[in-house]
Design a protein around this ligand. Sequence first.
Ligand code: NAP
Length: 190
Amino acid sequence: MPRTRRIEGYAIVSEDGMLANAAGIMPDSLKFAADRRFFESGLDGVDVVVHGRHSHERQQHSYLRRRLILTRQVPAVAADPSNEKALFWNPAGASFEQALAVLETPDGIVGVIGGTEVFGIFLDRYDVFHLSRAPDVRLPGGRPVFPEVPTRTPEQVLAIHGLDRGQRQVLDPAKGLAVVSWKRSSKFDR
Ligand SMILES: NC(=O)c1ccc[n+]([C@@H]2O[C@H](COP(=O)([O-])OP(=O)(O)OC[C@H]3O[C@@H](n4cnc5c(N)ncnc54)[C@H](OP(=O)(O)O)[C@@H]3O)[C@@H](O)[C@H]2O)c1
């Protein structure tokens, strides 16, 4: 039975809204076991993972997942010779719907996992965005979670794009780590 498509975003960011440092690397200060478990169990529930060429999630179950890998090295959609469940996708040459159709997953749950540009592409389409915040970490000059950061905070960007602050889950009370799931308000059409 095909399900309606649902688009979920997952990110953990520093206090200044960065997902990686100035060198484009996700530092250990953004890595937490509790957030990794939250992220892994979320991705275990999706049908397709979508990410840029440098943002593979590298998890135990990654090999099971269908995925779209954004790259400008292909004109539109092309097979990934190293992974039969993956396609390379260039949004300049094929729509998201076209890419999903080639992947044979027109419906289902999509997990968008970054980086900056990829998160930005889906801002008007997320049903939910799970934003984890690493306390007491700042990454000046780093890679922002959305293109509009740091002009705006990640929360302001989500709100401008029609998402409402939702449930807050404390993932690690000792470390002050929490995730807020932002949900699309029904008054916004996509
Ligand atoms: N904290 C978090 O939650 C989080 C989330 C995601 C990533 N990260 C970290 O962020 C770093 C990676 O960042 P990144 O900026 O390099 O991101 P990335 O999106 O993974 O990789 C960038 C590459 O993806 C392709 N791409 C991106 N946007 C595209 C578009 N609109 N059209 C076509 N291709 C596109 C391009 O590949 P080509 O060069 O092949 O054209 C581009 O060079 C890593 O350290 C990763 O661990 C952290």
